[in-house]
Design a binder for this molecule. Structure first.
Ligand code: IVH
Length: 683
């Protein structure tokens, strides 16, 4: 910084920071702005320019709220004081019992003074300020240790980066709830639906999902709110009562619970609860209850805490919201794992607890049959704070001759048109297509996983990102990814982009067992994939496979047979496999294949590992196993069927015990072969 201008510039920057923070507070906390958005933006840009030019940035500068780079993971943070949870009361009588307990514990003869405030349905958070500056924001976690979400929390405009006010403590941990208001929640879900992303079930999940983002720019794009209602460690400041603490928070520009009431005696407490309950439909946020606290902090101290909850507070839970709604249509949707679920579309839509509900899950076909739900029926829909709306019962059945038809299971997947499978006795209807857009993310994550194609760097987060940017909409897109496309994304740099491209390239040389597992065919886990690989020479042999062919393999059951046959019976799946092999150069070897023997071996399909000292050379025993159709592996894993144990067995035996793998001696192995022991079929 040029020295002559230092003081002036510093002052100018400090003034801009102060002004902008004040205006932000008026806008985001008080909701009464006094300058226009355009004026705010102008000053903001001016500050940005000065900061850049003179490389002088104050810790509470509003420019520090955005633009942080994505993180790899969240660091853990230990709370100086544990973050407790609350006991619940479900009736007014239970609130009276609570008051009774408190009076008794305190030996009080007069009425106790309480505060009553809404219970915000969001995510608990701790903000740690040192010398007035926000240093860490952490989630509740298990109450003792949470995650460091500072960068994300800084993007919430109503969170002060610095404590302004007459009394600035040396240290203070302030607790509150981050939440998304209902208008924002509905807006976000509409946008997500348009993009084909799954909607959040409720505002709480939306808030939690937004805070637990490794990329702060995503959090910044979501409008989140905060209500501060409690404290952890304090230093250099003290309060007499909860209401005094809340007043200090307010003065210091923190957002605090709306409608906090002081109520002396339990009758007033119950009246205050009723008032919140009556008003809650009109609140801009979701509340599932009211929190009652002993106001006097000295008395709180005396009452102390149980293991997880304080004795001095209770959450009164409101009953779930219910409304009647008419089902206009029943439709089916496909989840990320291919399960096809029916849902009802209501017309007109209904407001339940402040949220517009236009549809509700009907869970599964059996549920529809059991409740005999049909189009045209009026039903009771319930929305409890933490669950997506669901249909409780039918109240008016649409009368004949208008009553809708009984609901039928669809033959084809509503997302991709492929044939669906429904196995006898199972409630779930599933789509198995590799092309199904509803499942593609999940399928790709599985495809790339360690047991599958083992593409390091193509995990959940990256798949989500690549999908959202339109780079990974189809299976084969994996092989079309280019380094330049990756570098342009927030989570990638030169090196990580190259690493992913290399990992994809490496994965192209694979073996049939891995490949079959990677395809994510229903019921085909690692073991079944290996068994298929042992019995079919190559992928092409499976193209015309029938149920019976698979059932001919010892250990293969009905379900796998049906699912594998459906998978390879789908022409589109075969086309995709061809594209992967012919256009993208996948080469699939099959070291597991065993030429058919006339008599299937007694150990067919079983995997053995040998450990300890054996009466015969190890190679010989391995040969014996293989000659009876078994597979001899070198290390114990979840797919090991038997560990053959000799003397002085060590770590392999321990691992086998941990995994629940059966152990046999060499003599028992011989007996198995002799008896032609049959292992049970899979599925
Ligand atoms: S006081 C010692 N006040 O509810 C416990 N909690 O079910 C201090 N919550 O973990 C909590 N609104 O995340 C308090 N006005 C409010 C609240 C509130 C929501 C949450 C908080 C807590 C959970 C317990």
């Amino acid at each position: 910084m040029p020295s002559g201008t230092t003081r002036d510039i510093k002052e100018q920057i400090a003034r801009l920071v102060k002004d902008l923070n004040y205006h932000s507070y008026r806008y985001h906390v008080l909701d009464t702005p006094i300058i226009s958005d355009a004026e705010y933006d102008r000053q903001f840009r001016q500050l940005q320019k000065l900061e850049e030019q003179y490389r002088y940035v104050l810790p509470d500068s509003p420019t520090q709220r955005v633009g942080a780079a994505p993180q790899e993971k969240f660091e853990k943070v230990r709370h100086a004081e544990p973050m407790l949870s609350l006991d619940n009361a479900f009736s007014h009588d239970e609130v009276r019992d609570f008051d009774g307990r408190i009076s008794k514990l305190l030996g009080a003869d007069g009425e106790i003074e309480y505060t009553v405030e809404p219970k915000y349905d969001g995510l608990a958070l701790e903000l740690s300020y040192r010398k007035g500056v926000l240093v860490t924001a952490s989630t509740r976690g298990d109450g003792y240790e949470g995650e460091d979400v500072t960068l994300n929390i800084k993007t919430i405009r109503s969170v002060p980066l610095k404590i302004e006010g007459a009394q600035v403590p040396d240290e203070i941990d302030i607790r509150g709830e981050v939440y998304m208001d209902l208008a924002e929640f509905e807006k976000l879900n509409k946008e997500r639906e348009k993009k084909g992303d799954p909607a959040f079930a409720n505002p709480r999940n939306a808030a939690a999902g937004s805070i637990r983002q490794l990329d702060p720019s995503i959090t910044a794009g979501r409008k989140l709110f905060l209500a501060c209602y409690g404290m952890g460690r304090l230093g250099g400041i003290s309060f007499e009562s909860h209401s005094e603490f809340i007043a200090w928070l307010k003065e210091s520009r923190f957002p605090t619970p709306a409608r906090l009431k002081i109520a002396k005696g339990v009758d007033k407490v119950i009246a205050a609860i009723a008032e919140i309950e009556k008003g809650r439909q009109g609140f801009p946020f979701e509340t599932d209850g009211a929190v009652v606290k002993v106001n006097d902090l000295g008395l709180q101290q005396k009452l102390g805490t149980k293991t997880r909850e304080p004795r001095w507070a209770i959450a009164y839970k409101f009953p779930a919201h219910q409304e009647n709604a008419r089902i206009d249509k029943i439709r089916w949707s496909v989840g990320r794992t291919g399960v096809i679920t029916p849902f009802a579309i209501f017309k007109p839509s209904v407001k339940i607890g402040g949220v517009t509900v236009t549809r509700s899950t009907l869970h599964n076909w059996d549920e529809i049959r059991r409740k005999d739900i049909r189009e045209g029926d009026t039903v009771v829909v319930e929305r409890a704070g933490d669950v997506i709306p669901h249909v409780v019962s039918v109240v008016i059945r649409d009368e004949k001759p208008h009553r809708g038809e009984e609901v039928q299971i669809p033959d084809t997947c509503p997302a991709c048109g492929s044939k669906v499978t429904r196995e006898g006795g199972e409630v779930a209807v599933k789509c198995t297509s590799l092309h199904c857009p509803a499942q593609i993310q999940e399928k790709i994550i599985h495809f790339a996983s360690r047991g599958g194609m083992d593409i390091e760097g193509l995990g959940e987060k990256n798949v989500e990102l690549l999908y959202s940017r339109g780079l990974l909409r189809h299976f084969e897109d994996i092989y079309k990814l280019r380094k330049d496309d990756l570098i342009a994304l927030p989570r990638f740099a030169e090196k990580s982009a190259q690493n992913l491209i290399d990992a994809i390239e490496r994965s192209k040389k694979t073996n049939l067992a891995r490949f079959l597992y990677a395809l994510g065919i229903i019921h085909v886990g690692e073991f079944a994939a290996k068994l298929l690989a042992k019995n079919f020479e190559g992928l092409e042999e499976l193209y015309h496979v029938s149920r019976e062919d698979i059932l001919n393999i010892k250990q293969m059951g009905e379900k796998i047979a049906a699912s594998v046959a459906t998978f390879f019976g789908d022409k589109k799946n075969l086309e995709l496999l061809d594209v992967m092999i012919k256009e993208h150069g996948l080469t699939i070897s099959n070291p597991d294949y065993q030429r058919k023997r006339n008599a299937p071996g007694a150990l067919e399909g079983l995997t053995f590992v040998i450990t300890g000292t054996m009466p015969k050379p190890r190679k010989e025993i391995e040969g014996l196993i293989e000659s009876h159709g078994g597979h001899a592996a070198s290390s114990v894993s979840a797919v090991t069927d038997y560990l053959v144990v000799g003397e002085d067995a060590g770590s392999k035996l321990r691992k086998a015990k941990d995994l629940g793998v059966t152990t046999v001696t060499y003599e028992e192995l011989l007996k198995m072969i002799e008896k032609g022991d049959k292992a049970p079929r899979l599925f």
